[in-house]
Design a protein around this ligand. Structure first.
Ligand code: FPP
Length: 233
């Protein structure tokens, strides 16, 4: 099953283009999240990892940070039961100790209530920094002998506070909003990810856009450093 990760960018610019506050863009962005989660299983996606709030996003104005945290809480309150019914497992990655206790409780409740769901795993990255997670994992792994990619990935899962085990390698990384960078997202897991950049801003991103990205991904030849089978002789 395919692991798709998405950097949901462009909410602020989308809102600004309409003369509205950035928070309006985030609210519409949460709608896109709902649509994409709904569409993903039928497109062959087994894991969907969404970058909702990076550790560097704490530097944004307090009003925007609170709006984003409130939106996450609202999403969990409104969507957890629906996800449970639809077989969607919710899991968070990122630091939990800096979240407000009420939000941390909602996160844990959503993870618990959907723990048995198997149709789609949705990982939401909040207060997440790939470099911080790698540093934490490396310090935990200091005495591990032998240290392998697999055992390090398990350390990384602990360091990312994932209660759903290691984050699998990303197959397809989508970034909306026109920028072409990784922004400290899943640096280890994206080693062989196919990258897909679209100018479409996240609030405008729909199921059809996810389908187009996956169609393009399926056309790509993935070689993982090898050579195509036909040329291997
Ligand atoms: C980047 O756009 C987007 C974010 C920092 C937040 C993403 C959050 C959501 C889509 C809503 C809540 C999420 C869930 C999972 C319910 P930006 O603000 O950096 O846009 P800009 O580049 O146009 O300024």
């Amino acid at each position: 099953m395919t692991h798709v990760a998405i950097i949901m960018d462009g909410n602020g610019r989308w809102a600004k283009s309409l003369g509205r506050a950035r928070e309006f863009g985030h609210r519409r962005g949460a709608e896109s999240v709902r649509k994409v989660v709904e569409a993903a299983p039928d497109l062959g996606v087994g894991t969907l990892t969404l970058y909702a709030f990076s550790s560097d996003n704490w530097t944004r104005p307090a009003r925007e940070v609170s709006a984003l945290m409130a939106l996450l809480g609202k999403y969990l309150r409104e969507q957890t039961s629906r996800c449970a019914e639809k077989g969607v497992r919710i899991n968070f990655i990122g630091r939990r100790d800096r979240l407000a206790p009420a939000l941390a409780a909602l996160v844990e409740q959503a993870e618990r209530r959907t723990a048995g769901c198997r149709r789609l795993l949705v990982r939401i990255a909040v207060d997440y920094s790939a470099r911080d997670a790698i540093v934490r994992a490396a310090s935990r792994a200091a005495g591990d002998v032998p240290l392998t990619r697999e055992s390090f990935a398990a350390r990384l899962a602990e360091a990312s506070h994932s209660s759903a085990g290691p984050v699998p390698d990303v197959d397809l990384l989508i970034r909306t909003g026109g920028e072409q960078r990784l922004s400290d997202f899943l640096l280890w897991e994206c080693a062989y990810a196919e990258l897909y950049f679209t100018p479409r801003k996240w609030p405008d991103f729909e199921a059809a856009d996810l389908e187009a990205a996956i169609r393009e991904f399926r056309r790509r030849e993935r070689r993982f450093g090898g050579v195509p089978a036909a040329k291997a002789v």
